[in-house]
Ligand binder design. Structure first.
Ligand SMILES: NC(=O)c1ccc[n+]([C@@H]2O[C@H](COP(=O)([O-])OP(=O)(O)OC[C@H]3O[C@@H](n4cnc5c(N)ncnc54)[C@H](O)[C@@H]3O)[C@@H](O)[C@H]2O)c1
Length: 317
């Protein structure tokens, strides 16, 4: 199949493209603008893993640039769009709302317009567990109504889901919005807590913990997320919103203990107040993904953490 993957140089995008290219029937067109949220060199390094693959073609393009985007769509017979490009951090979104709206919402609209124009019928969109805000449920399931996200980032993701739903109603586009829950593993973004904790502890530096350690997250291992995205490309569903999580929730303080255990070191912890936009808990109900995509996560947190730490070690050597 011929895929267009936006955000292909990022954490999830680069792992996804690498996996897609293992199937010799696939061809991948990748788009990324090396957004300044974290250093370009990290993203260029991610790309090195497949930039020379003959079944991959890269465009350094911004998804808000309609003209360049149109050239790419007109040149290739794309069959499926996997749209990951976004401004992805929760905390910076408070100060950069306009930029988040431009990339996340207007960029998504550009993709939808061009998919419609070039009659491309399959879209996978990466939404986020953050759309649930602090919804007062033990497990978060897709049928929870009246969601109240608590950050501009999360608002843009919820808005995108709505826009995509509307497009599927008035065009031939079929779409699956996957609500990803905190993804971790190889090439993880430098702004995410696990990356910072592991690197600081390895280098005997203090770690900063926001809150008292009682917040919790459903951590999903990158390989499981990537497999879920690929499974989603196989199902002809008109429009669905589906959680992709590990179906587990780990306390922040327990996550730190597991990292200490794995590195055989004790962390020096600096406690700071919780930050604006951080939710208290995420815990996914993944029954819909199991039912509709026949997908299920395979990696236990301890195992994924071990693999991630091995990856950081190999990078530092
Ligand atoms: N990592 C997670 O835990 C997580 C959780 C929920 C949802 N998501 C979503 O998954 C997707 C990928 O996230 P990630 O963690 O890999 O983030 P990332 O920042 O590593 O990847 C996003 C990529 O998009 C690119 N990009 C940003 N703006 C662009 C633009 N205007 N034009 C073209 N490219 C642009 C960036 O340069 C980057 O390479 C995002 O949509 C994010 O919101 C991630």
């Amino acid at each position: 199949m011929k895929f267009l993957v936006t955000g292909c140089a990022g954490f999830i995008g680069s792992n996804l493209v690498e996996k897609l290219l293992l199937n010799s029937d696939n061809f991948v067109i990748g788009i990324d603008n090396f957004d300044a949220f974290y250093p370009k060199e990290i993203k260029q390094n991610n790309l090195k893993n497949f930039i020379n693959n003959k079944k991959f073609e890269f465009y350094e393009t911004d998804i808000t640039n309609k003209k360049e985007l149109k050239n790419i769509f007109s040149k290739h017979n794309i069959e499926c769009v996997i749209h990951l490009a976004a401004k992805a951090g929760v905390r910076p979104s408070f100060d950069k709302q306009e930029e988040y709206i431009a990339t996340n919402i207007n960029g998504t609209q550009n993709i939808l317009e061009l998919m419609n124009k070039y009659n491309i019928q399959k879209l996978i969109f990466t939404s986020s567990s953050s759309v649930y805000g602090n919804a007062d449920y033990e497990k978060l399931s897709e049928d929870i109504e009246n969601l109240s996200p608590i950050s501009p980032y999360a608002n843009t993701k919820l808005e995108c889901e709505k826009i995509i739903r509307e497009y599927t109603q008035k065009t031939d586009i079929n779409a699956i919005c996957l609500r990803l829950f905190t993804v971790y593993g190889k090439r993880q973004r430098p702004d995410l807590a696990i990356t910072k904790f592991v690197k600081n502890l390895m280098n005997n530096k203090e770690i900063t913990l926001y809150g008292d350690g009682s917040t919790s997250r459903d951590y999903t291992y990158i390989d499981d997320t990537v497999n879920g995205i690929i499974e989603a490309t196989k199902y002809p569903l008109k429009f669905e919103i589906i959680n992709l999580g590990a179906g587990n929730s780990i306390l922040l303080k327990d996550m730190v203990t597991l990292i200490e255990k794995e590195l055989k070191k004790n962390a020096k912890i600096k406690y700071m107040p919780m930050q604006k936009g951080d939710v208290f808990k995420t815990y996914s109900d993944i029954s819909k993904a199991k039912r509709l995509l026949k997908w299920q996560p395979k990696t236990k947190f301890e195992q994924g953490l071990h693999q991630f730490i091995e990856f950081i070690r190999s990078e530092q050597e």
